[in-house]
Design a protein around this ligand. Structure first.
Ligand SMILES: Cc1cc2nc3c(=O)[nH]c(=O)nc-3n(C[C@H](O)[C@H](O)[C@H](O)COP(=O)(O)OP(=O)(O)OC[C@H]3O[C@@H](n4cnc5c(N)ncnc54)[C@H](O)[C@@H]3O)c2cc1C
Length: 406
């Protein structure tokens, strides 16, 4: 495929969706320019659980082994679910073994691999402000970099800018959303003094009436904790005595003495407003939305990363199919991408919304519901579906890392 016959693709957002798409396109000869508003990949820290649905692909193309080799991923991690501190119930998606992957690490590796091609460019510190349209088609973006406005032209634009994408409104697309009753405070602790205390699994503990606490280790011997409850969690994050009062009783016994000692005003914290929403239509002429920009996921079940990466795999399949067949990258191609991806995103969002409702129940009802749900899914043989994905997704144009130019 000659580069000169390929269109210039502009991707907004160097998150997992944007950079996996960039990797597939540039390694197949398509020029890509990525715009990222942050100065680097050290964005706000996030949950890091990646479901099996996408791991096989990352393994097959050599990306996961590279992350493991560089100590940026823990492979084969089980996600376990508990009612209270100790009563274990089946995960609604069945027994799950995924990987914990540093998001900054994954993005750094994808950027490095893309950088082996001269037709790849990433502009950090560059924010896409709005679209510029000609005859109804997006032909450029108005951008801002270091306080200066500019313009970026392209043949095709892909918005992978995540939750709160400003371009949705700019092009007049409608958003549907499901109300979610509880937000999340994320905390990160340095365990370099006690790495042996870090859990091997990702453990979710549910305490009834919307209280949920999640514990998992992360790179550089750290522990991440997500505490979710109804009420003003933005305020709770800033109120240390109250945060200690609410959080510490949810901490498993093995971790509790450590967190009692470590949770103080220097603890890294972050507030996440939980959103579950979706665009009715994922595209307008010249512009396609993928990942959280198309369907913002709740952190429930660790599905956001998974879906974002799977969107990009499917998008690259259709875009490269069309290019190889000499067809225009128009709305027919975009609609094929939406048609293939939207059912899975809709079903997983419906699942997340049901789980959010279930965790709002009192503790004994919650226990009963998760036990029954686990059994029903097991008997109906749907036990492994959530984590394995609800649709077949294959990276048809993946180039293994070992075959990339040095
Ligand atoms: C605190 C937190 C915890 C989470 N935990 C988990 C988890 O454990 N497992 C899981 O699967 N998912 C989790 N998620 C969700 C997951 O991170 C997202 O679903 C996933 O990252 C979506 O990928 P994306 O590429 O679509 O968007 P993002 O990862 O959000 O990437 C979007 C990128 O676009 C950039 N950007 C935004 N606007 C602009 C603009 N105008 N111009 C240029 N650049 C822009 C952003 O800086 C960002 O780098 C969590 C999310 C958060 C916020």
């Amino acid at each position: 495929m000659s580069q000169t016959t390929n269109p210039q693709v502009v991707i907004i957002g160097a998150g997992p969706a944007g950079l996996l798409l960039a990797y597939q396109l540039v390694s197949n000869g398509v020029p890509v320019r990525v715009l990222e508003r942050h100065p680097d990949f050290e964005r706000e820290f996030r949950g890091e659980f990646l479901q099996p649905a996408v791991l096989a692909t990352l393994e097959q193309f050599g990306i996961l082994p590279l992350l493991v080799e560089r100590k940026l991923a823990f492979p084969d991690v089980e996600r376990r679910l508990f009612v209270g501190k100790t009563r274990r119930v089946m995960v609604p998606g069945g027994k799950e073994r995924g990987s914990l992957i540093s998001q900054a690490g994954l993005l750094g590796v994808l950027h490095e691999l893309c950088g082996r091609f001269p037709h790849y460019r990433l502009d950090f510190g560059t924010t896409a402000l709005q679209t510029i349209r000609e005859n109804g088609r997006v032909v450029a973006l108005k951008t801002r970099r270091e306080g200066t406005e500019g313009r970026v032209d392209g043949d095709l634009f892909v918005d992978c800018s995540g939750r709160n994408s400003g371009l949705r409104k700019d092009v007049g697309l409608q958003t549907e959303s499901n109300p979610i009753p509880a937000d999340v405070v994320w905390l990160r602790f340095d365990f370099s003094d006690a790495p042996e205390a870090l859990p091997e699994s990702l453990d979710v503990h549910m305490f009834g009436k919307g209280v949920v606490a999640v514990f998992h280790r992360t790179t550089r011997s750290r522990l991440q904790v997500a505490y979710s409850a109804p009420g003003d969690l933005g305020g709770l994050r800033k109120n240390l005595p109250e945060l200690r009062r609410q959080l510490l009783p949810t901490v498993p016994e093995t971790l509790r003495p450590h967190l009692e000692a470590k949770l103080d005003e220097n603890t890294e914290t972050q507030f996440l407003r939980v959103v579950v929403d979706r665009l009715e239509r994922w595209h307008v002429p010249g512009l396609l939305f993928l990942g959280d920009a198309a369907h913002t996921m709740s952190p429930s079940g660790g599905q956001g990363l998974n879906l974002a990466l799977r969107d990009s795999i499917v998008a690259a399949n259709h875009l490269l199919d069309a290019l190889r067949a000499g067809q225009p990258l128009d709305e027919r191609v975009f609609q094929k991408i939406q048609d293939e991806r939207r059912p899975e995103a809709d079903q997983i969002q419906a699942m997340q919304t049901r789980v959010h409702r279930m965790v709002m129940a009192p503790l004994f009802v919650e226990h009963l519901m998760f036990t029954v749900l686990g059994l029903v899914l097991k008997l109906s043989k749907k036990a492994s579906q959530g984590g394995q994905g609800l649709a077949q997704v294959d990276m048809r144009y993946g180039i293994p890392v070992a075959q990339l130019p040095r």
